[in-house]
Design a protein around this ligand. Structure first.
Ligand SMILES: [Zn+2]
Length: 450
């Protein structure tokens, strides 16, 4: 089935073409269905303009909003509204500048809002690209309270995927729902908790002064003595059970190579234990990926240098990557990753909560607003990160399990779940460490928990 989108613009917008490409790649679109632009011979026609009278049976209208497809930046992002639109038992949410209430998603072949711009806003991370410094944290990350989806309490809904499904159904196309492959990944930020006496003392000082956890003193030193006397493995060296054999999952292990900020440099890639871990991970079907260092988002060359170093170590090409601290400069990082030969980035998820930062659970091609073009880099967004899970559960006074299970059961359509668990998060001295350990075991043993 050919579905043609008609636009009267003399030049077809790159942004509209990007969204058409996204729809054509979306797993919900059944085989033998294709969206095309301005093609006269089509089975269905969708007019993309402000209005059109007398739509026939196979004709539809999407009201063109023209806020985010314009080359000039929309400057009032903080007051954008998620208006609810009803479609059978679901509610879809727009990104608009005027309020609307009790509107249907589709009425007499007229769609209620501009879903193309809504999808673009989320995928291109429009609000993050244009974010002003005063709304960012010390790591240059747009604080979550300013994220559109968080402001509207929609961060746990795959709003883009829900819109795609409702859009297809409105056109009489049954979405190709199936069971999707989930993914699990691990970033190795630190290989060991006690790599040296110096680091052990520094860790202790941090525990006392920064965490204020005097009551953990005894446990900290007993852990240390157990490790140095060889009675047990270092609390971060849990790879024996962290690396799973589960064949139903896509699996990734991200390795930090160098970096000189205070947030890294806790192990060398020539460490013999690291080499053993990589071999073990590869045996279990893991993809080895790069974890570009903290400053790689501002010094792009670091990405290609670190990629080469890791490739030399494992003697194969690296195509997967996730930024350390998820540090991402939308005007530089995706281009640098693509130029270095990375095919898949895995950085798009929230720091302090679980949910869908780009509104989708599926991989999608990244768009550069700066260069106004689609990049040759696929984003594989994650919805669950261990540290975010712990933080959000603590903020809500909730157990990790309740938050996790509530999140999964609240998702109204079939989507994959991509998650990230650090080897350093399960230490029983870390907040939520013990509960996280139990949850992780249940996830990898029974894939249905995901
Ligand atoms: Zn990291």
């Amino acid at each position: 089935m050919i579905i043609s989108i008609y636009t009267a613009e003399a030049q077809i917008s790159t942004r509209l073409a990007y969204i058409i490409d996204f729809l054509n790649r979306h797993p919900y679109l059944p085989k033998n269905h294709e969206f095309v632009l301005n093609q006269p011979q089509a089975d269905l026609s969708i007019y993309y303009q402000s209005r059109k009278e007398d739509l026939s049976k196979n004709e539809y209208l999407i009201p063109k909003q023209n806020l985010f497809f314009k080359p000039i930046a929309y400057d009032n992002i903080g007051s954008l509204i998620a208006n609810p639109y009803v479609f059978s038992d679901k509610t879809l949410f727009s990104v608009e500048d005027i309020p609307a209430r009790d509107k249907p998603f589709i009425y007499q072949n007229n769609f209620g809002f501009d879903i193309f711009e809504m999808i673009f806003f989320h995928l291109a991370r429009y609000e993050e690209y244009y974010a002003q410094p005063q709304f960012k944290d010390i790591h240059s990350y747009l604080k979550e309270e300013y994220h559109f989806l968080c402001r509207w309490n929609l961060d746990k809904k795959p709003v883009v995927d829900m819109a795609v499904a409702a859009f297809l159904e409105s056109l009489g196309i049954t979405p190709a729902f199936t069971k999707y492959r989930n993914a699990i990944s691990h970033d190795i930020d630190a290989l060991l908790k006690f790599p040296s006496l110096y680091k052990t003392i520094r860790g202790f000082i941090r525990l006392l002064i920064i965490d204020g956890a005097i009551h953990k003193t005894w446990k900290y030193w007993s852990q240390y003595f157990e490790v140095i006397t060889g009675n047990c493995r270092d609390p971060y060296d849990i790879f024996e059970w962290l690396l799973t054999n589960n064949k139903d999952l896509d699996k990734y292990l991200f390795i930090l190579v160098g970096g000189k900020s205070k947030y890294e440099g806790f192990y060398s890639i020539n460490n013999s234990r690291l080499k053993e871990i990589i071999v073990e991970a590869q045996k279990k079907g893991y993809n080895i990926g790069l974890h570009p260092s903290y400053n790689s988002s501002v010094q792009s060359k670091l990405i290609s240098d670190q990629k080469k170093e890791l490739e030399n170590l494992i003697s194969s090409e690296i195509i997967h990557s996730r930024q350390h601290f998820l540090r991402f400069d939308f005007s530089k990082t995706p281009q640098a990753l693509a130029e270095a030969g990375i095919k898949y980035d895995h950085s798009m998820g929230y720091q302090n909560r679980i949910g869908f930062r780009s509104g989708t659970a599926f991989p999608y091609v990244l768009f550069s607003i700066k260069e106004n073009r689609q990049l040759s880099l696929v984003e594989k967004p994650f919805s669950i990160m261990d540290t975010a899970l712990v933080t959000e559960a603590q903020n809500n006074n909730q157990s990790i399990s309740d938050l996790f299970n509530g999140f999964l059961s609240g998702i109204e359509i079939p989507v994959p779940i991509y998650s990230n668990f650090h080897n350093s998060s399960f230490d029983e001295l870390r907040p939520g460490g013990r509960e996280l350990t139990g949850k992780y075991h249940s996830i990898i043993q029974n894939e249905n928990h995901l």
